[in-house]
Design a protein around this ligand. Structure first.
Ligand code: NDP
Ligand code: GDR
Length: 370
């Protein structure tokens, strides 16, 4: 039975990847951080009682900032595959905590690679490094592929640049089977709530149910190549099953602005909006609402700009070319952006309908703690 170790198992991708590997018969180990509240919501359905026999899912406390901890876990597990998904993954937040971001996202990768080398596991353990389209940053060339030059635009992007190159270096210097997946944005109902897609789909649900008045966003002009996380974790696994290690772009090849994403998400529940005004004065107004369940009057402003969400340096346009992954890995995404939005909006609507029902009947919401 193959063993995998996933850092960042409690995150969006970690949860989907753990499901995939368990389905494939792997023994799956994950590193979770100690936190004052439970942080395993995305993987609770995978939990196996450690007192039972033959369990295939095990969590270890750890942190990418702690070399000794990482080395001990890797020594104990001796994984065939490591998926390094752990990261301070929020680009805007990385401007607030740049040193921490460098430590986790940059040095964290080095710590894992060094552990593999020092433990003599270079021939046994394959590693997947979660690289990102944020490496491209300020580019003129579109679409971007594996040969496009990097120009990161945030402390997050710069930390991930180090991680990218140290992964390449350990592959070349020590013959470690190490791959970078240069992944463009990928989303799902499990996406963190402060990333723009999930922020929008949650707001669509709350606006339409009368639980929120207005959605505040930053740069509506930014364009991203949005795919579904389920498609992308499949390719992470494929990268580690090849004869030779390599780096691959994963993307859909379709780019959409934040403004259009918001329009499409609202259209999913029958709300049409129009945008008017410029810069920070731009607003999104209801043009029509064809859904009899919702009470949104024509002309009501439901989107405004909050300049606090603007970034000191922005990545304007990302659009990926995943031809290499398609040809060499045989990978094809199954979701397009419409299917993605539908799934996300419906999941959030379901959640907030339950919240509203509880509220209407005198109970606190599901996330309420006395
Ligand atoms: P999430 O933010 O959902 O998950 C990040 C994970 O990293 C969480 O499990 C988090 O733990 C963990 N983590 C954070 N800090 C540490 C630390 N110091 N030590 C150990 N673990 C830590 O990210 P995604 O699942 O969306 O992304 C997975 C990886 O892929 C990340 O590295 C991200 O940068 C990268 N990536 C993501 C893309 C995307 O569009 N989703 C695109 C390209 C790259 P906790 O739950 O406790 O916070
Ligand atoms: P990104 O994702 O920075 O691309 O990083 P995010 O969803 O945060 O931003 C996408 C674009 O939307 C604009 N934007 C806003 N963003 C947020 N979060 N909140 C807002 O209110 C808002 N309004 C507009 C942003 O300026 C940006 O242009 C994600 C992360 O998952 C990274 O870890 C990963 O590496 C990259 O995708 C690929």
């Amino acid at each position: 039975m193959k063993k995998a170790l996933i850092t960042g198992i409690t995150g969006q991708d970690g949860a989907y990847l753990a499901e995939l590997l368990l389905d494939k018969g792997y023994e799956v180990h994950g590193i979770k951080r100690r936190s004052s509240l439970f942080n395993t919501e995305r993987i609770d359905h995978l939990y196996q009682d450690p007192h039972e026999k033959d369990i295939r899912f095990k969590l270890h406390y750890g942190d990418l900032c702690d070399s000794m901890n990482l080395t001990r876990i890797i020594q104990e597990v001796k994984p065939d595959e490591i998926y390094n998904l752990g990261a301070m993954s929020h680009v805007k937040v990385s401007f607030d905590i740049p040193e921490y971001t460098a430590n986790v996202d940059g040095m964290g990768t080095l710590r894992i690679l060094e552990a593999i080398r020092l433990l003599g596991l270079s021939e046994q353990t394959r590693i997947y490094q979660a690289s990102t389209s944020e490496l491209y940053g300020k580019i003129k060339e579109s679409p971007q592929d594996e040969k496009t030059a990097f120009y990161p635009r945030s402390p997050y992007g710069v930390a991930k640049l180090y991680a990218y190159w140290i992964t390449v270096n350990y592959r070349e210097a020590y013959n470690i089977f190490a791959c970078n997946g240069i992944l463009f944005n990928h989303e799902s109902p499990r996406r963190g709530e402060t990333f723009v897609t999930r922020k929008i789909t949650r707001a669509v649900a709350q606006l339409s149910l009368g639980l929120q008045d207005c959605l505040y966003l930053g740069n509506l002009d930014a364009k991203r190549d949005w795919g579904h996380a389920k498609d992308y974790v499949r390719a992470m696994w494929l990268m580690l099953q090849q004869d030779e290690p390599d780096d691959y772009v994963l993307a859909t090849g379709i780019t959409t602005s934040v403004r259009d994403f918001a329009k499409m998400a609202l259209a999913e529940v029958g709300i049409e909006i129009g945008f008017a005004g410029k810069g920070t004065e731009e607003v999104g107004k209801v043009v029509s609402c064809s859904n009899p369940e919702f009470q949104l009057e024509k002309g009501r402003i439901i989107i405004r700009i909050d300049p606090d969400y603007h970034r000191p340096t922005e990545v304007d346009l990302l659009c990926g070319n995943a031809e290499k992954a398609k040809t060499k890995l045989g990978w094809e995404p199954e979701y397009d952006i419409k299917m993605l939005i539908k799934e996300m909006v419906n999941a959030d609507l379901g959640f907030f309908r339950r919240e509203k029902h509880l509220g209407d009947n005198g109970f606190k919401g599901l996330n309420y703690h006395e």
